[in-house]
Design a protein around this ligand. Structure first.
Ligand code: GLU
Length: 499
């Protein structure tokens, strides 16, 4: 019998295989474990599952760690985020550095006769498979080495033959029952699997083996992980039982699906955290959004801070149905977090995007705060700031094609001329909102226009297009000199040929 856990302390882990960027699905698994640890005053451990040498890399580990840092998911044990050196009493935390530990456990299973050296070659295994398939049966490997004594196998190894270590499933005729925190009771008949590999012939352990050894030795109390690992759990339960180890509590979280209910795909847009970061999403919005893909707040709140999630997280509100990654909703959630920020904090986040896109801005905090106060309602992501701030940067000023209709109105040249004249005549180097409204009245009188025939040509002369931010709010952010320049450009265009 496997014993399902009672542990002194909540200890959970996120165990990425470092083979690329942190995917939002992985980030969600990390988040649930993090929240569970925080809610229960437990430990959150980052364990690096890097035994697949061909696919794992230090660069990938660095990327995963940077993304977790960006999200604010901090861990008590695991690689130090700066140096990548291990911190904690249960290390090493990189599986590649734990080979001796796996070897020792494999030896114990071999000694007890619960595992065996198997010398079947790939070709022999393929032959067996082909024969069974031809008969229409379900293939479970039959190894002639299953009942060899350890001494006999060791002789053969000494002679230079290669062997994997296989777990013996023959005598385990029963159902294994998992009490999954999310899915309830899951039954696995033992014959779903045949004798499976623990160590490859080069001594490298396989995932199912190192995962169990590490979860046990690291005293992991709860394993919250992706649904795709549910089928691995049978093999893992068998190993726990063979070693007489207490199993953690398992919870398998639902898949993250695209709106066509297929697995989340890059073709539909960003799927990794760094892409969302580059697209101007805030870490708190990503956390909020991914938390709700498979979990709900007790009061069904939609906009949540990390603190609120930490205070209210429980596994009984995790649900088992696949969660749809609604990109429109993510944007909405991002806008809520973005608009809740004060201007000073928001500027810190916006500035790098402006710099990257070569958009000039004034260094005065008053100017920056005022600009953000005006633009915030129009921003859903930080990237949106780029186009908005471009309207204030002279080098990006140009009359847009959509202004042509306004230019064709017979009254427009007079409006533009009057606007330029009143600007030049104004004594202030900066124009306040009230100052602008006065100037606008003067233009109205001088040009004899009103309504859209007045506002639209003026807007073209300020922002290069007839629709957009209200002039009275944006004009105080611009110098008189810049406004005169733009008015001249607009006037030159209206007097010349529109092309
Ligand atoms: N390395 C596995 C993965 O990245 C972890 C599985 C587990 O949490 O047990 O999917």
């Amino acid at each position: 019998m496997t014993q399902q856990g009672s542990f002194q302390k909540v200890r959970v882990r996120y165990a990425p295989s470092p083979t690329g960027y942190l995917h939002v699905g992985g980030a969600r698994t990390a988040l649930y474990n993090f929240l569970y640890a925080r809610k229960n005053h437990g430990d959150f451990i980052l364990r690096v599952e890097d035994t697949d040498e061909a696919r794992s890399s230090m660069e990938s580990l660095r990327m995963v760690i940077d993304d977790m840092q960006w999200l604010g998911l901090t861990w008590e044990e695991g690689p130090n985020p700066k140096t990548l050196e291990d911190i904690g009493d249960f290390g090493p935390y990189k599986q590649s550095a734990r080979q001796k530990i796996y070897q020792a456990v494999a030896q114990e299973l071999l000694q007890k006769g619960l595992a065996y050296y198997c010398f079947l070659t790939d070709a022999e295994i393929e032959q067996q498979k082909a024969a069974v398939t031809a008969e229409g049966g379900q293939h479970h490997l039959q190894s002639p080495y299953e009942n060899w004594s350890l001494a006999q196998a060791q002789e053969k190894l000494k002679a230079g033959d290669k062997a994997v270590v296989r777990f013996k499933t023959k005598n385990l005729k029963k159902d294994y029952v998992l009490h999954d925190l999310i899915r309830g009771e899951v039954r696995f008949p033992s014959d779903m699997v045949g004798d499976f590999v623990l160590l490859r012939s080069d001594g490298m352990p396989v995932y199912n083996f190192c995962c169990v050894v590490d979860d046990h030795l690291m005293q992991i109390s709860h394993v919250l992980r992706a649904e795709e690992h549910l089928s691995n759990t049978l093999r893992q339960l068998m190993i726990y039982e063979a070693m007489s180890w207490v199993t953690p509590q398992f919870g398998h979280v639902s898949l993250v699906l695209d709106d066509d209910r297929q697995k989340l795909s890059k073709r539909k847009g960003a799927t990794s955290c760094n892409q969302f970061r580059d697209e101007g999403y805030l870490p708190e919005a990503i956390l909020n959004f991914i938390a709700l893909l498979g979990w709900s707040h007790p009061e069904e709140k939609e906009v949540l801070s990390l603190k609120e999630m930490m205070d209210s997280f429980s596994t009984d509100r995790l649900h088992s149905s696949g969660a749809v990654f609604d990109r429109v909703k993510l944007k909405w959630v991002n806008a809520q977090h973005l608009r809740a920020k004060n201007e000073t904090d928001l500027w810190q986040l916006v500035e790098p995007f402006l710099v990257k896109n070569q958009v000039a801005f004034f260094s005065s905090p008053q100017w920056q705060n005022q600009a953000l106060r005006i633009f915030k309602p129009y921003m859903e992501t930080l990237v949106d700031a780029v186009e908005l701030f471009k309207t204030l940067d002279d080098k990006h000023f140009q009359i847009q094609a959509e202004s042509k209709e306004v230019y064709d109105w017979p009254s427009s040249p007079a409006v533009l001329k009057a606007w330029k004249d009143v600007l030049e005549a104004s004594v202030d180097s900066e124009i306040t909102e009230e100052g602008f409204l006065k100037l606008q009245d003067e233009v109205k009188t001088k040009s004899g226009t009103k309504g859209k025939f007045l506002f639209m040509p003026m807007r073209v002369a300020v922002i290069g297009k007839p629709h957009g931010t209200e002039l009275k709010t944006i004009i105080p952010l611009m110098t008189k000199k810049a406004l005169v320049n733009r008015a001249e450009i607009a006037l030159a265009k209206v007097n010349g040929q529109w092309n």
